[in-house]
Design a protein around this ligand. Structure first.
Ligand SMILES: Nc1ncnc2c1ncn2[C@@H]1O[C@H](COP(=O)(O)OP(=O)(O)O)[C@@H](O)[C@H]1O
Ligand SMILES: [Mg+2]
Length: 283
Protein backbone atom coordinates (compact mmCIF):
# COMPACT_ATOMS: atom_id res chain seq x y z
CA UNK A 1 0.00 0.00 0.00
CA UNK A 2 1.24 3.51 -0.87
CA UNK A 3 1.28 6.53 1.41
CA UNK A 4 -0.94 9.16 -0.23
CA UNK A 5 -0.82 12.86 0.72
CA UNK A 6 -4.04 12.33 2.59
CA UNK A 7 -2.68 9.38 4.61
CA UNK A 8 0.52 11.31 5.35
CA UNK A 9 -1.46 14.23 6.78
CA UNK A 10 -3.72 11.88 8.71
CA UNK A 11 -0.71 10.04 10.14
CA UNK A 12 1.12 13.22 11.08
CA UNK A 13 -1.82 14.53 13.07
CA UNK A 14 -2.85 11.29 14.77
CA UNK A 15 -2.37 11.33 18.53
CA UNK A 16 -1.40 7.69 18.99
CA UNK A 17 1.51 5.93 17.30
CA UNK A 18 -0.70 3.49 15.47
CA UNK A 19 -4.07 3.58 13.75
CA UNK A 20 -5.62 0.82 11.73
CA UNK A 21 -6.19 1.48 8.01
CA UNK A 22 -7.85 -1.84 7.23
CA UNK A 23 -7.45 -5.57 8.00
CA UNK A 24 -4.00 -5.65 6.46
CA UNK A 25 -2.33 -2.28 7.08
CA UNK A 26 -1.66 0.20 9.88
CA UNK A 27 -0.68 3.87 9.73
CA UNK A 28 2.19 4.72 12.09
CA UNK A 29 3.46 8.07 13.28
CA UNK A 30 6.60 7.09 15.12
CA UNK A 31 10.29 7.34 15.75
CA UNK A 32 12.32 4.67 14.03
CA UNK A 33 15.48 3.60 15.86
CA UNK A 34 18.03 4.80 13.28
CA UNK A 35 19.30 7.87 11.47
CA UNK A 36 17.72 9.15 8.22
CA UNK A 37 20.66 7.70 6.28
CA UNK A 38 20.24 4.25 7.83
CA UNK A 39 16.46 4.07 7.51
CA UNK A 40 16.34 2.47 4.05
CA UNK A 41 18.82 -0.16 5.20
CA UNK A 42 16.77 -0.83 8.35
CA UNK A 43 13.54 -1.25 6.36
CA UNK A 44 15.29 -3.47 3.81
CA UNK A 45 16.70 -5.69 6.59
CA UNK A 46 13.14 -6.41 7.72
CA UNK A 47 12.07 -7.22 4.16
CA UNK A 48 15.09 -9.51 3.69
CA UNK A 49 14.31 -11.33 6.93
CA UNK A 50 10.67 -11.66 5.83
CA UNK A 51 11.70 -13.07 2.47
CA UNK A 52 13.60 -15.80 4.30
CA UNK A 53 10.46 -16.70 6.22
CA UNK A 54 10.79 -14.77 9.48
CA UNK A 55 7.36 -13.63 10.55
CA UNK A 56 7.40 -9.86 10.91
CA UNK A 57 5.59 -6.76 9.66
CA UNK A 58 7.25 -4.82 6.85
CA UNK A 59 6.97 -1.12 5.95
CA UNK A 60 5.37 -0.70 2.51
CA UNK A 61 5.82 3.08 2.14
CA UNK A 62 6.87 6.08 4.25
CA UNK A 63 7.77 9.76 4.38
CA UNK A 64 10.06 11.36 6.92
CA UNK A 65 8.94 14.45 8.76
CA UNK A 66 11.64 17.03 8.02
CA UNK A 67 13.73 18.24 10.95
CA UNK A 68 12.83 15.43 13.33
CA UNK A 69 16.07 13.43 13.44
CA UNK A 70 17.54 13.23 16.93
CA UNK A 71 20.84 11.79 18.06
CA UNK A 72 21.68 10.83 21.63
CA UNK A 73 25.27 9.60 21.81
CA UNK A 74 25.48 6.69 19.42
CA UNK A 75 21.70 6.31 19.10
CA UNK A 76 19.66 8.10 16.46
CA UNK A 77 15.94 8.35 15.88
CA UNK A 78 14.05 9.59 12.90
CA UNK A 79 10.35 10.46 12.84
CA UNK A 80 8.01 9.84 9.98
CA UNK A 81 4.72 8.47 8.81
CA UNK A 82 4.82 4.82 7.83
CA UNK A 83 2.45 2.32 6.32
CA UNK A 84 3.14 -1.08 7.78
CA UNK A 85 1.61 -4.51 7.36
CA UNK A 86 -0.77 -5.12 10.23
CA UNK A 87 0.36 -7.80 12.67
CA UNK A 88 -2.57 -10.14 13.29
CA UNK A 89 -3.95 -11.13 16.63
CA UNK A 90 -3.36 -10.01 20.20
CA UNK A 91 -0.42 -8.75 22.23
CA UNK A 92 0.02 -8.90 26.02
CA UNK A 93 -1.52 -6.38 28.38
CA UNK A 94 1.12 -3.90 29.44
CA UNK A 95 0.63 -3.46 33.18
CA UNK A 96 -0.60 -6.33 35.36
CA UNK A 97 -0.70 -4.25 38.55
CA UNK A 98 -3.71 -2.62 40.21
CA UNK A 99 -2.13 -0.26 42.69
CA UNK A 100 -4.15 0.79 45.71
CA UNK A 101 -2.98 4.01 47.30
CA UNK A 102 -3.24 4.22 51.09
CA UNK A 103 -4.35 7.83 50.71
CA UNK A 104 -7.38 7.11 48.54
CA UNK A 105 -10.83 5.61 48.99
CA UNK A 106 -12.12 2.90 46.69
CA UNK A 107 -15.33 1.18 45.73
CA UNK A 108 -14.08 -2.31 46.59
CA UNK A 109 -16.79 -4.13 44.61
CA UNK A 110 -15.72 -2.21 41.52
CA UNK A 111 -12.01 -2.87 42.16
CA UNK A 112 -12.76 -6.58 42.66
CA UNK A 113 -14.83 -6.72 39.47
CA UNK A 114 -12.19 -4.99 37.33
CA UNK A 115 -9.46 -7.17 38.80
CA UNK A 116 -11.47 -10.34 38.15
CA UNK A 117 -12.09 -9.23 34.57
CA UNK A 118 -8.40 -8.63 33.84
CA UNK A 119 -7.43 -11.86 35.61
CA UNK A 120 -9.92 -13.83 33.52
CA UNK A 121 -8.79 -12.11 30.32
CA UNK A 122 -5.16 -12.89 31.12
CA UNK A 123 -5.91 -16.57 31.65
CA UNK A 124 -7.99 -16.67 28.45
CA UNK A 125 -5.03 -15.14 26.62
CA UNK A 126 -2.75 -17.95 27.84
CA UNK A 127 -5.33 -20.59 26.91
CA UNK A 128 -5.61 -19.04 23.46
CA UNK A 129 -1.82 -18.96 23.04
CA UNK A 130 -1.74 -22.61 24.05
CA UNK A 131 -4.12 -23.50 21.21
CA UNK A 132 -1.14 -23.53 18.82
CA UNK A 133 0.95 -26.66 18.35
CA UNK A 134 4.62 -27.08 19.28
CA UNK A 135 5.74 -25.88 15.84
CA UNK A 136 4.52 -22.34 16.54
CA UNK A 137 6.85 -22.13 19.55
CA UNK A 138 9.76 -23.70 17.66
CA UNK A 139 9.29 -21.00 15.03
CA UNK A 140 9.02 -18.18 17.56
CA UNK A 141 12.36 -19.15 19.11
CA UNK A 142 14.05 -19.61 15.75
CA UNK A 143 12.63 -16.30 14.42
CA UNK A 144 13.73 -14.15 17.36
CA UNK A 145 17.25 -15.58 17.26
CA UNK A 146 17.79 -15.72 13.51
CA UNK A 147 16.77 -12.13 12.72
CA UNK A 148 20.22 -11.20 14.04
CA UNK A 149 21.56 -12.48 10.71
CA UNK A 150 19.87 -9.52 9.02
CA UNK A 151 21.42 -6.80 11.18
CA UNK A 152 18.35 -6.31 13.37
CA UNK A 153 17.18 -7.78 16.66
CA UNK A 154 14.04 -7.92 18.75
CA UNK A 155 13.07 -5.27 21.26
CA UNK A 156 11.79 -7.76 23.84
CA UNK A 157 8.90 -5.68 25.20
CA UNK A 158 5.77 -7.90 25.23
CA UNK A 159 3.83 -5.31 23.18
CA UNK A 160 6.19 -5.90 20.24
CA UNK A 161 4.81 -9.37 19.58
CA UNK A 162 1.40 -10.39 18.32
CA UNK A 163 -0.16 -13.82 18.49
CA UNK A 164 -2.85 -15.27 16.30
CA UNK A 165 -3.93 -18.90 16.25
CA UNK A 166 -3.59 -19.18 12.49
CA UNK A 167 -0.60 -16.87 11.95
CA UNK A 168 1.44 -17.75 15.05
CA UNK A 169 3.71 -15.02 16.48
CA UNK A 170 4.53 -11.86 14.51
CA UNK A 171 7.41 -9.55 15.42
CA UNK A 172 7.00 -5.78 15.14
CA UNK A 173 9.25 -2.85 16.03
CA UNK A 174 12.70 -4.52 15.78
CA UNK A 175 15.84 -2.48 16.51
CA UNK A 176 19.26 -2.36 14.86
CA UNK A 177 21.62 -4.92 16.35
CA UNK A 178 23.01 -3.90 19.76
CA UNK A 179 25.58 -5.32 22.16
CA UNK A 180 23.06 -7.66 23.82
CA UNK A 181 21.71 -9.14 20.59
CA UNK A 182 24.21 -11.99 20.44
CA UNK A 183 23.97 -12.92 24.13
CA UNK A 184 21.93 -16.08 23.89
CA UNK A 185 21.64 -16.33 27.69
CA UNK A 186 18.95 -13.58 27.61
CA UNK A 187 16.72 -15.28 25.06
CA UNK A 188 14.96 -17.88 27.25
CA UNK A 189 13.81 -14.99 29.43
CA UNK A 190 12.75 -13.00 26.35
CA UNK A 191 10.57 -15.88 25.13
CA UNK A 192 8.89 -16.06 28.53
CA UNK A 193 8.18 -12.34 28.41
CA UNK A 194 6.82 -12.56 24.86
CA UNK A 195 4.37 -15.30 25.84
CA UNK A 196 3.47 -14.33 29.43
CA UNK A 197 3.97 -10.56 29.27
CA UNK A 198 4.73 -8.98 32.64
CA UNK A 199 2.72 -11.71 34.33
CA UNK A 200 -0.62 -12.40 35.88
CA UNK A 201 -2.66 -9.42 37.15
CA UNK A 202 -2.37 -8.66 40.86
CA UNK A 203 -3.36 -6.09 43.42
CA UNK A 204 -0.55 -4.14 44.92
CA UNK A 205 -0.29 -2.32 48.21
CA UNK A 206 2.29 -2.58 50.99
CA UNK A 207 1.31 -6.20 51.22
CA UNK A 208 1.14 -7.41 47.63
CA UNK A 209 -0.97 -10.53 47.22
CA UNK A 210 -2.09 -12.56 44.29
CA UNK A 211 -5.69 -13.18 45.28
CA UNK A 212 -7.19 -15.74 42.96
CA UNK A 213 -10.34 -17.90 42.91
CA UNK A 214 -9.57 -21.61 42.86
CA UNK A 215 -11.13 -22.39 39.46
CA UNK A 216 -9.06 -19.62 37.85
CA UNK A 217 -5.90 -20.77 39.61
CA UNK A 218 -6.37 -24.27 38.17
CA UNK A 219 -6.89 -22.87 34.66
CA UNK A 220 -3.89 -20.54 35.07
CA UNK A 221 -1.59 -23.34 36.18
CA UNK A 222 -2.75 -25.68 33.41
CA UNK A 223 -2.18 -23.10 30.68
CA UNK A 224 1.13 -21.97 32.21
CA UNK A 225 2.48 -25.52 32.46
CA UNK A 226 1.46 -26.44 28.92
CA UNK A 227 3.01 -23.26 27.48
CA UNK A 228 6.21 -23.61 29.50
CA UNK A 229 6.62 -27.18 28.27
CA UNK A 230 6.30 -25.96 24.68
CA UNK A 231 8.77 -23.14 25.31
CA UNK A 232 11.33 -25.47 26.94
CA UNK A 233 11.09 -27.95 24.08
CA UNK A 234 11.40 -25.16 21.51
CA UNK A 235 14.52 -23.80 23.25
CA UNK A 236 16.05 -27.28 23.37
CA UNK A 237 15.35 -27.81 19.67
CA UNK A 238 17.09 -24.50 19.01
CA UNK A 239 20.17 -25.71 20.89
CA UNK A 240 19.92 -23.63 24.04
CA UNK A 241 21.72 -25.22 26.96
CA UNK A 242 19.75 -26.68 29.85
CA UNK A 243 21.05 -24.37 32.58
CA UNK A 244 20.30 -21.32 30.52
CA UNK A 245 16.76 -22.55 29.85
CA UNK A 246 16.19 -23.40 33.51
CA UNK A 247 17.35 -19.97 34.72
CA UNK A 248 15.27 -18.07 32.18
CA UNK A 249 12.13 -20.06 32.92
CA UNK A 250 12.37 -20.15 36.72
CA UNK A 251 12.98 -16.41 36.93
CA UNK A 252 9.58 -15.75 35.36
CA UNK A 253 7.84 -18.53 37.26
CA UNK A 254 9.09 -17.33 40.64
CA UNK A 255 7.80 -13.89 39.86
CA UNK A 256 4.32 -15.28 39.28
CA UNK A 257 4.01 -17.88 41.97
CA UNK A 258 4.84 -15.93 45.12
CA UNK A 259 2.13 -14.75 47.52
CA UNK A 260 -0.72 -16.60 45.85
CA UNK A 261 -3.78 -16.75 48.06
CA UNK A 262 -6.83 -18.73 47.01
CA UNK A 263 -9.96 -16.73 47.65
CA UNK A 264 -13.67 -17.29 47.14
CA UNK A 265 -15.02 -15.02 44.38
CA UNK A 266 -17.72 -13.69 46.70
CA UNK A 267 -15.07 -12.82 49.24
CA UNK A 268 -12.76 -10.98 46.89
CA UNK A 269 -14.14 -7.52 47.55
CA UNK A 270 -13.83 -8.00 51.32
CA UNK A 271 -10.25 -9.34 51.02
CA UNK A 272 -9.24 -6.32 48.98
CA UNK A 273 -10.85 -4.03 51.55
CA UNK A 274 -8.92 -5.77 54.35
CA UNK A 275 -5.68 -5.49 52.47
CA UNK A 276 -6.32 -1.80 51.91
CA UNK A 277 -7.27 -1.23 55.56
CA UNK A 278 -3.97 -2.74 56.64
CA UNK A 279 -2.16 -0.52 54.20
CA UNK A 280 -3.97 2.58 55.51
CA UNK A 281 -3.14 1.65 59.11
CA UNK A 282 0.55 1.78 58.26
CA UNK A 283 0.34 5.38 57.08
N1 LIG B 1 2.48 -3.44 12.28
C1 LIG B 1 1.68 -3.33 13.32
N2 LIG B 1 0.58 -4.12 13.43
C2 LIG B 1 -0.26 -4.02 14.48
N3 LIG B 1 -0.10 -3.14 15.49
C3 LIG B 1 0.97 -2.33 15.46
C4 LIG B 1 1.91 -2.38 14.37
N4 LIG B 1 2.87 -1.44 14.61
C5 LIG B 1 2.54 -0.86 15.78
N5 LIG B 1 1.40 -1.38 16.30
C6 LIG B 1 0.75 -0.99 17.59
O1 LIG B 1 1.25 0.25 18.05
C7 LIG B 1 2.01 0.09 19.26
C8 LIG B 1 3.25 1.00 19.24
O2 LIG B 1 4.03 0.75 18.08
P1 LIG B 1 5.57 0.38 18.12
O3 LIG B 1 6.04 0.30 16.72
O4 LIG B 1 5.77 -0.85 18.94
O5 LIG B 1 6.19 1.66 18.82
P2 LIG B 1 6.95 1.90 20.21
O6 LIG B 1 7.19 0.59 20.87
O7 LIG B 1 8.21 2.55 19.76
O8 LIG B 1 6.08 2.75 21.01
C9 LIG B 1 2.37 -1.39 19.30
O9 LIG B 1 2.59 -1.85 20.60
C10 LIG B 1 1.13 -2.01 18.65
O10 LIG B 1 0.07 -2.12 19.56
MG1 LIG C 1 6.99 -1.27 20.44
Amino acid sequence: MKLTDELYERGKSQKSICSVIDDDYVLLHKKMPCSDQDLDKYIKSILDAKKEGIKMSGVTDYRLIPGTTHTFGSISYTSGVFIEERAKGISCPENPCTYLSAKKEYDYDAVANDYLTSLTQYIEMLEYKNSSPQGTYDKLVSDITSIINYGICIDPKPTNFFYDKKEGYTIIDPIPINKYANDMEYYPHYVMTIVFGYGCPYISGNDTKRLIPEDLLIRLKNAQTALINKIILALKKNNFDDKNIKDGVSETLNLNSTNIEVVDRNDLSRCIQEMHAKQKSLL
